[in-house]
Design a protein around this ligand. Structure first.
Ligand code: NAD
Length: 480
């Protein structure tokens, strides 16, 4: 049964790319399903002086890229949208925002609930959060939830500073740090798959797992985001957040847990037991790369992209061997890999079992692949074929009868925000541990000059990424 939710959304950066490509389409789907119906309004804020009508037109134009619903339905939805021009540093603008939110709350009977969404450059997160608090935007008889996008800092120090600023204004329980991978169906399903398949769960430990591989590969380059990428690199952009959170879903203890506090404690415990890296360990356990042109010389190398320095040392590829000091996982390599301009887009987790796993009823050396984005309709493979046709029966998985291709990770995350469910969001303690780990790699890399570019567009990355596994007698399951 669908329960209608009530809230006023204030979207800082309401004219931006994230808002138009992800948030408005997700809100529209919630509208169509009745979760958002009569008792909500969206205030978009940005610097430009737009009218409500113009703002609504931009929203409808974006929706048309994703939906073929009638103009009437889209207009009915857009009636809930309002625009407020806003400069993040101007206190007066927050007062105007507060008054508009109060007026719309009365008009739509939105229950005094507020969702403050930071779809704005990260350097503004702290300022906006502080002003929301100091200018009295928060209501006293509804909820006030702050939603923050990545990146959450660029190292441990800046993440601490940012966290210090926002936590002066919002208690941790009201902060929803988005990692959109945590909104993806497969990532949310992993604990259920483990909890409901006793043989699989009995094998999920260092007695039976040879290694676990996590690949987030993209075929595209940086496209028009060169300027942003120059400040980030794939280690910060993908490993610190998405890859670590995927490991959290695969490897946390107690997959049966349903209580948010217990789930987060298990994840925090896992991350705080990341095996400490030494600077020399970074040299042996991590590989970085930057894309060159392709075999034919047709594609731009990273250093030729717009807004990228000609001598840039930013990495567009990373592979590494991450280990944990826990009873369950000690000694098991988690091989992680993410890169741009790889042969195709692929997001997958490969669990490679060893030759003793038949002790728990799984054929020796079985590989279980969890596809984070379905491929040809498949979501779980055993030794490369659909699990239902594999001849092994240690996995059953109640898949949805009809997979909803258009469902956005953001849609389920917004429902969670409206329901006060923080299970699928990142807590500060988790970030602290992962940033600390990533900083060791970054600091080591910053001391050295890499030999870039070092892989061709359309290839699997630098050769060293293959050697990282071969050294231990392993190899990547997903290979070209
Ligand atoms: P964008 O540049 O498209 O939009 C930024 C918005 O901020 C615009 O609405 C702009 O008008 C507004 N803005 C800029 N300066 C302002 C000021 N001084 N006062 C008030 N408003 C101001 O950026 P984006 O791609 O939408 O990204 C927004 C945030 O989301 C960033 O933190 C980004 O890292 C994060 N993010 C974006 C994506 C994505 O797919 N675009 C994905 C993950 C995270």
């Amino acid at each position: 049964m669908v329960t209608e939710k009530s809230a006023i959304f204030i979207i800082f950066g309401g004219s931006g790319d994230l808002a138009h490509r992800k948030l408005y389409p997700s809100l529209f789907r919630l509208y169509k399903s009745g979760i958002l119906k009569d008792h909500f309004a969206v205030i978009g804020t940005a610097r430009r002086p737009w009218s409500d009508d113009y703002f609504r037109e931009t929203v409808i134009t974006s929706l048309k890229d994703y939906f073929d619903d009638s103009e009437d339905i889209m207009k009915g939805f857009a009636k809930h949208f309002f625009y407020q021009s806003h400069d993040v540093n101007d206190s007066e603008h927050y007062i105007a925002l507060k008054n508009l939110a109060a007026k719309l709350d009365d008009q739509f009977e939105a229950g005094h609930n507020r969702v403050y969404y930071m779809a704005i450059a990260p350097r503004f997160f702290g300022t906006v959060a502080e002003h929301i608090n100091s200018e009295g935007l928060k209501t006293t008889d509804g909820y006030n939830r702050l939603v923050i996008e990545k990146p959450f800092g660029r190292d441990l120090d800046s993440a601490c500073e940012l966290n210090g600023n926002i936590s002066k204004a919002f208690p941790e329980d009201d902060i929803y740090r988005i990692d959109h991978y945590l909104g993806k169906e497969m990532i949310q399903d992993i604990p259920h798959i483990r909890a409901n398949n006793p043989k699989l769960e009995a094998a999920m430990n260092n007695k039976y797992v040879s290694n676990i591989q996590i690949t987030l590969a993209e075929s595209l380059g940086v496209e028009d985001r060169g300027g942003y990428y120059e400040t980030a690199g794939v280690l910060r952009d993908m490993v610190q957040n998405h890859i670590m959170q995927i490991i959290g879903a695969v490897a946390s203890d107690d997959p049966e847990a349903t209580d948010a506090k217990i789930i987060h404690k298990n994840k925090t415990d896992l991350f705080s037991s990341l095996k400490k890296l030494t600077p020399e360990g970074v040299d042996t356990d991590f590989v970085r790369g930057q894309y060159d042109t392709d075999k034919l010389g047709d594609k731009k190398a990273y250093r030729q992209e717009d807004n990228v320095a000609e001598d840039s040392n930013i990495e567009t590829f990373v592979a590494g061997n991450i280990q944990f000091n826990t009873k369950r996982w000690s000694g098991v390599p988690f091989y992680v890999r993410s890169g741009k301009r790889m042969p195709e887009k692929s997001s997958r987790i490969d669990i490679v079992f060893n030759d003793k796993v038949d002790e728990v009823g799984i054929k020796p050396n079985t590989v279980v692949t969890l596809l984070i984005e379905r491929v040809n309709g498949n979501s779980i493979l055993i030794n490369g074929i659909d699990y239902k046709e594999s001849g092994q029966d240690f996995i059953s998985f109640p898949e949805e009868a009809e997979f909803d291709k258009a469902r956005e990770a953001y849609e389920s995350l917004i429902i969670d925000i409206l329901s006060g469910n923080r299970v699928h969001f990142t807590l500060w303690d988790e970030l602290r541990s992962t940033w600390k780990y990533i900083d060791t790699i970054r600091n080591r890399w910053d001391e050295q000059t890499p030999d870039f570019p070092n892989y061709l567009s359309g290839s699997m990355g630098p050769d060293a990424a293959e050697m990282l596994l071969e050294r231990n007698g392993n190899s990547w399951v997903w290979d070209d």
